[in-house]
Design a protein around this ligand. Structure first.
Ligand code: ATP
Length: 297
């Protein structure tokens, strides 16, 4: 069950899990974010979109403390995270998991050892047998075959690597999950399977998910709301119908362009023909998806 600090639930019970206010990031002369605000609500999957280089990953890195902004405030679970030491934020960092772009697995470690990295970092006294047990559980939870644990990343397909990265992100039973372009590089069937896994885990584990993506199918299939980055800030946040009602050229081009129309058509087909196996399914097809993933990549 997600747990929250006493001060992170407002009077309406909807205090955001992440609140970014007035964020500014720059690299030399290049200003990436200026006065950026964003809130991520408890229990939602928030998709984060924007053109290449608009600063989606830098935003995520600012939230998780890998990038020090020039200005602004970041609160996670109601606690400020900027300007605080690793020791001061350890209780917050334990409560999130991150799947970096490309999986970012350590190539010299097995899948099981990769999953154990955050466990060893935050719980150095865990016994080897418990580490193994938790890793095995997380591997299976993400739809990988049980024998994937002793394998090295180089022995895995692209889809399996993503699942291994997800297993590592879930190692600490987080409340909050960051996914940076999780379906990039996957074929459409593998991407659909990964979306379904994300939605299923989000629901089962009660996760809040911050999901950076370029994949319109993912947005339509599993995101509750979408935040749009442009002009150095978040220009809009809302459901896709809410965004479509806005008269912003990038938003209109993005959602109503050929790829956007194809994503809508694909959603309609899935709803008409395969309601249980569409990209918002309940995970019942995970085994079949996994077989396809393994075979397809
Ligand atoms: N460590 C860094 N040093 C200098 N510039 C950086 C650094 N990290 C990111 N940038 C620059 O910041 C900008 C935003 O990068 P970021 O990776 O956040 O974009 P993005 O929106 O995630 O892009 P994409 O969709 O292509 O992944 C880019 O112009 C990038 O070159």
């Amino acid at each position: 069950m997600p747990h929250f600090a006493s001060n992170d639930t407002g009077a309406d019970g909807a205090e955001p899990v992440i609140r970014v206010t007035g964020l500014r990031n720059s690299f030399g002369e290049q200003v990436i974010h200026e006065d950026l605000d964003l809130e991520v609500r408890r229990g939602e999957i928030l998709g984060v979109v924007g053109g290449s280089g608009t600063g989606k990953s830098v935003l995520m890195r600012s939230i998780i403390g890998l990038q020090t902004p020039d200005a602004g405030e970041v609160r996670v679970f109601g606690e400020p995270t900027l300007g605080r030491s690793e020791a001061e934020t350890v209780d917050i960092r334990k409560r999130w998991g991150v799947l970096f772009q490309g999986g970012a697995l350590f190539s010299t470690l097995t899948v099981a050892e990769n999953v154990q990295v955050p466990l060893r970092e935050f719980y150095p006294d865990l016994s080897l047998s418990l580490l193994d047990e938790i890793a095995s559980y997380k591997v299976v939870m993400t739809g990988l075959p049980a024998d994937a644990g002793p394998k090295f990343p180089a022995e895995l397909s692209g889809g399996m690597k993503k699942r291994a990265g997800l297993a590592r992100a879930l190692a600490l039973d987080p409340d909050l999950l960051f996914l940076d372009e999780p379906t990039a590089g996957l074929d459409p069937i593998g991407a659909a399977a990964f979306d379904e896994l994300t939605a299923s885990l989000q629901k089962t584990l009660g996760l809040t998910v911050f999901l950076i993506t370029h994949d319109l199918d993912t947005l339509y299939a599993i995101c509750d709301r979408v935040a749009v980055l442009a002009d150095r800030r978040v220009i809009a946040v809302g459901t896709i119908p809410e965004l479509l009602a806005l008269d912003h050229p990038w938003i209109q081009e993005y959602f109503n362009g050929p790829r956007g129309r194809a994503a809508v058509a694909s959603q309609k087909r899935a709803a008409e023909h395969e309601p249980a196996a569409g990209r918002t399914g309940d995970g019942a097809t995970a085994a079949a998806d996994d077989r396809r993933l393994s075979g397809a990549e």
